[in-house]
Each structure stands twice: as structure tokens, then as C-alpha cells.
Design a protein around this ligand. Structure first.
Ligand code: FAD
Length: 505
């Protein structure tokens, strides 16, 4: 695997985590820096290096400034004498740190829950050489919230571009890359972009992005922004009036979540086992494997690394360890239907805002094949029953009328005459609306922390599993492998599962 971090070195040492094997440093930038900036950089780079990491001047024929070398040496850097390296290269070899590589361990993990979160973690581990068993109480994968027929991956807009908005952008990068690698474009997903209709008439574009060009560019082209005020042509394609207030999200897509789950689980070192409900967890001693028990107390499986990705049910499984997590159920229902030739006013691109609408999605069910539209959804707090309720369809239609009046008019007869189908699921949310990812490293009730070692979480995806699950899997695996993390340190801290350990539930 190749992880690349490119940019201002001072920003990188502030924001990056994990360890890098190779650092290439601009000598021009170093020469412009003052002594205290160089001191800070020497400390920061040493924190990002592992035994054997290389530091090379860039361009390779240049040299690191002589007066900087003592600072590097005092932090454990020594001249690298390997043939073929640029002169002046340094290697990280501090005498005070153990140079022995960690002993090879059998990389075997068990994941509970075969939804977006579980399949994404399993895939990230499998790509790093793990044998992964994914258990689910249902017979087939994506039986929970990830069975949603079609969902949107779309940035979260906020006037002051909050940290949550930034986390979600990092997540969308990961998801769209995974979708491009594993899914069939046009069938399983489409990177259409999404139009956000600001139904209250106020643009959601961050203020600083509106005022000047200081918006973060997308990763496809530095000249294109993540989001911009929708143009008249984009409004027309979305079948919205020319005076509608709307934001165009370039890096956005529709995806069939269950297809992403299936595609991730197809990895050759992942083994899916259905019809296996885990009732409780235990670990008899700190160095013993985790034990997964069924409802009669019989052991289903033992494992050294256990990842809990059971959506809302993760709460009950953690309770069996006296480790409460404030997960809450948030039920939701969508409506969908076959697109008819009479449906002329349906938007060419997905529209979101208060609710969402995606049309022209290819679909096959039994002998019928065609395109569907899908809209929703409802939000019922403290409700964890995923049954489809006829009485929620009028509410879904009224939401659609606000979001997209032309489509609501087109589909009114379908809703009125019962030609609409439903799907419902239960999201699992945490009070700060971000997932819980990674180790539960500290203990809440004074038990030794290592009693929880080998237990990892990826749950609490809320209404954003498509945007967050791939990032969560990559973060969890990067932390286990001491690799560079896939997002900035302070954003990663917002996702840390351990943030809940000392909070009242
Ligand atoms: C109506 C609706 C619309 C949505 N729209 C979008 C959208 O447009 N974009 C978006 O990003 N997200 C959307 N979401 C949210 C998204 O669906 C979820 O965030 C995501 O599916 C959560 O994935 P998960 O893997 O955490 O949970 P789940 O998919 O629920 O997976 C949990 C799995 O664990 C299994 N399990 C539970 N308990 C046990 C046990 N004890 N033993 C063994 N297995 C167990 C379950 O069977 C299930 O398969 C929507 C959700 C709903 C309900």
C-alpha cells in the first residue's frame, strides 16, 4: 500500500498521525525557515518516523542545511549510507528505541455485523493481510440499515464549514475511491454530483467559500471546488425553477449500499457466516482471546481481534461487558417506485435538502427491470422497528413537495393509487452525530485497560453510513498497523470510540 501525504511540512507534522517510511523535504522551504521553525520540524518529523524511516532532501541533489543536522542527530537521525540514496539523506535510528521489528502475529479477526461498517472494516483488514470472519444474525449480508435500496453520498454543508463537514468530506473521498474500485458505474453507483435545494431560501455554501476562492478544491481537479452556487443549467437539469436557491456538490453520488457491502465482502480473505446471532461477549483474562456467546451461553467463536459493527445492537453487546455506549435508534422509511414513461419532470441528477430524491436508477426485481425513483426519508427517534408503515407515505410525499414540487406533482398519482413501495431501517446514532471508531482503550469502571484490548468498534454511522463507513474502516486499520491515518489528527479524535468512556450514558 502506498499512502502519500503532500503539502506544507509544518502543517503535516501538526496534522498527520501514524508513522511514515519515507520523508522527502524541500530544501528551499527549509532555508527560508527560522531556527525555531526548524527545531519544531525536527521534533515533528521524529514523531512521524519509525525505526529505519528515511529523510531525503528534495531535490535529491541538494543537501539538508548543515546547521539543522545537530538538531536531527539529537533526535535520533543518523547519516544514511545506503547506496543509491541522495547525499545528505538521514535514517531514523534512535539508540534509545528498540529496533527489533514486532513479532509476526497470526492476523485473524472476527467482525460482528455485515452492513456497511462491518464489510468496510473487513475489507480494510483483508487488504492488509488479515483473514476475516464476518458474522451476522441474518442469513445474508446488508440485512440491517445497509439494505437501503439507494442512498446518497453528499457533503454536509455548514455556513462556517464545521469540523463535522470536514470529517464527512474525508469520508466521501474514501467512499468514492472504494466505489470506483469495486462497483460497476451506472449500475451500482454513479458519480452524478448532487444538487442541494436550500428550501428555506438561504444558501448553505460556507460563507468563506462564497466570498472568495478560498474553498478547498476537490481531489480530482484543483481548479474545481467541492461545492458552488448552482448554475441556471444545473437548476434546469434538476427540473427546479430558475430562482431556486441551490448548491451544486461536485463530489457526490448515488450508491446502492447493499452492493457496496457485497462487493467488499467478496474479498478472497473474508469469510461471511450468516444465521449467527451473538448474544454476549466475554474475555476471561487479559491475555485470553475474546469469546462470542449465543443466547444459551454456548461459545460461537473465539478471536484475538474482535470488531463490533452491529449497528444499534452494538449497544447491547457492549452492555454485556459493562461498557455502555449512548447509541440511540433512529428509524427511517423511504418510498420508491418504477419510473413510467409519463414521468417526464423527474430530475436528471439527485436532489437533496429536506429529504432527498434520486431518479433514473437502474433496478431489477424478480422478472421486472427498469429504472426507479426513490425519495425519503422519515426520522422516528427511539424507534427500533424496521417495519414499513403505510401511514408514513403521506409524510414522505409532503416532504417531497417541499424539496421538489414538480416531482411531487408527477408522483402524486403513484402515491395516491398505491403504486409506491416502501423500505424501512434503523440508523444507530450517537449524541454528537459522529460514529465511534477504534479501540475502547480505557476502562470506565477501574478495570485494567488491557481487559478491553483487542476490542474495536465501528458503529454509530447515523444517517451517513455511506459517507463514513469506508473512512472508519481505513482509520481503524491504519491505527492497528501504525500507518499514516487517512484524516487529520484533530478530525480523527472526533471519531475515537474512547471519547464516550468517561461520559455518563
Ligand atoms: C431510511 C434510511 C435512509 C438512509 N439514507 C442514507 C443515505 O442516503 N446516505 C447514507 O450515507 N446513509 C443513509 N442511511 C444510513 C445508512 O443506511 C446507515 O448509516 C448504515 O447502513 C449503517 O451501517 P451499519 O453497518 O453500521 O449498520 P447495519 O447496516 O444496520 O448493520 C448491522 C448488522 O449487524 C447485524 N447484527 C445486529 N446485531 C447482531 C448480533 N447480535 N449478532 C450478529 N449480527 C448482528 C445486523 O443483522 C446487520 O446486518 C439511511 C438509513 C435509513 C434507515
Amino acid at each position: 500500500m502506498l499512502h502519500l501525504a503532500i503539502g506544507d511540512p509544518w502543517q503535516l507534522v501538526r496534522e498527520a498521525s501514524g508513522h511514515f517510511d519515507h520523508i522527502s523535504l524541500s530544501t528551499d522551504l527549509l532555508r527560508q525557515a527560522d531556527a525555531s521553525q526548524r527545531e519544531g520540524l525536527a521534533a515533528g518529523l521524529s514523531a512521524l518516523a519509525r525505526h529505519g524511516s528515511l529523510l531525503q532532501p528534495n531535490p535529491p541533489c541538494s543537501a539538508l542545511p548543515d546547521d539543522w543536522l545537530p538538531q536531527l542527530r539529537s533526535r535520533g537521525w543518523v547519516p544514511a549510507d545506503t547506496a543509491g540514496l541522495a547525499p545528505g539523506s538521514m535514517r531514523f535510528a534512535p539508540r534509545w528505541r528498540d529496533a527489533t521489528p514486532p513479532a509476526a502475529v497470526a492476523r485473524e479477526a472476527t467482525v460482528i455485523g455485515a452492513g456497511l461498517a462491518g464489510s468496510a472494516v473487513a475489507y480494510s483488514l483483508a487488504e492488509r493481510g488479515w483473514q476475516v470472519t464476518v458474522l451476522d444474525r441474518a442469513a445474508t449480508p446488508a440485512a440491517g440499515a445497509s439494505g437501503l435500496p439507494v442512498g446518497l453520498v453528499v457533503p454536509h454543508s455548514s455556513a462556517d464549514d464545521t469540523l463535522i463537514s470536514r470529517v464527512i468530506r474525508a469520508g466521501i473521498r474514501s467512499t468514492l475511491q472504494r466505489a470506483a474500485a469495486l462497483l460497476q458505474p451506472g449500475q451500482d453507483w454513479a458519480a452524478t454530483g448532487v444538487l442541494e435545494h436550500c428550501v428555506d431560501g438561504k444558501s448553505k455554501l460556507p460563507r468563506s467559500w462564497q466570498a472568495n476562492a478560498a474553498h478547498p478544491p476537490d481531489w480530482i481537479s484543483a481548479s474545481r471546488p467541492w461545492a458552488s452556487t448552482a448554475t441556471p443549467l444545473q437548476l434546469q437539469q434538476a427540473c427546479l425553477p430558475a430562482d431556486a436557491v441551490a448548491v451544486w456538490h461536485e463530489c457526490a453520488a448515488w450508491i446502492k449500499p447493499w452492493r457496496l457491502v457485497q462487493a467488499q465482502l467478496e474479498h478472497p480473505t473474508i469469510h461471511f457466516v450468516g444465521n449467527t446471532a451473538v448474544h454476549s461477549l466475554q474475555r476471561p483474562a487479559a491475555d485470553a482471546p475474546w469469546q462470542l456467546l449465543d443466547d444459551t451461553g454456548q461459545m460461537i467463536r473465539q478471536t484475538d481481534l474482535l470488531v463490533l459493527t452491529a449497528g444499534f445492537e452494538s449497544r447491547q453487546l457492549l452492555q454485556s461487558l459493562q461498557q455502555p455506549l449512548p447509541l440511540n435508534p433512529l428509524r427511517g422509511q423511504i418510498a420508491w417506485g418504477w419510473q413510467q414513461t409519463s414521468h417526464l419532470g423527474l430530475p436528471a441528477v439527485p436532489v437533496n435538502g429536506k429529504g432527498s430524491l434520486a431518479c433514473h436508477v437502474p433496478w431489477q426485481q424478480s422478472a421486472q427491470a427498469g429504472s426507479i425513483w426513490i425519495t425519503g426519508s422519515t426520522f422516528s427517534r427511539s424507534d427500533n422497528t424496521p417495519d414499513v408503515r403505510e401511514q408514513e407515505f403521506p409524510e414522505i410525499w409532503q416532504k417531497l413537495q417541499m424539496l421538489h414540487p414538480a416531482a411531487a406533482d408527477q408522483l402524486q398519482a403513484d402515491f395516491a393509487q398505491g403504486r409506491v413501495q416502501g423500505w424501512a431501517g434503523v440508523r444507530a446514532t450517537l449524541p454528537d452525530r459522529l460514529p465511534a471508531v477504534g479501540a475502547l482503550a480505557r476502562s470506565r469502571h477501574g478495570q485494567p485497560a488491557d481487559l478491553l484490548q483487542g476490542l474495536q468498534l465501528s458503529c454509530g454511522m447515523g444517517a451517513r453510513g455511506l459517507s463514513l463507513s469506508v473512512l472508519a474502516g481505513e482509520l481503524l486499520a491504519a491505527q492497528l498497523h501504525d500507518e499514516p491515518w487517512p484524516l487529520e489528527k484533530r478530525l480523527a479524535r472526533l471519531l475515537a470510540a474512547s471519547r464516550w468512556l468517561d461520559k455518563p450514558v
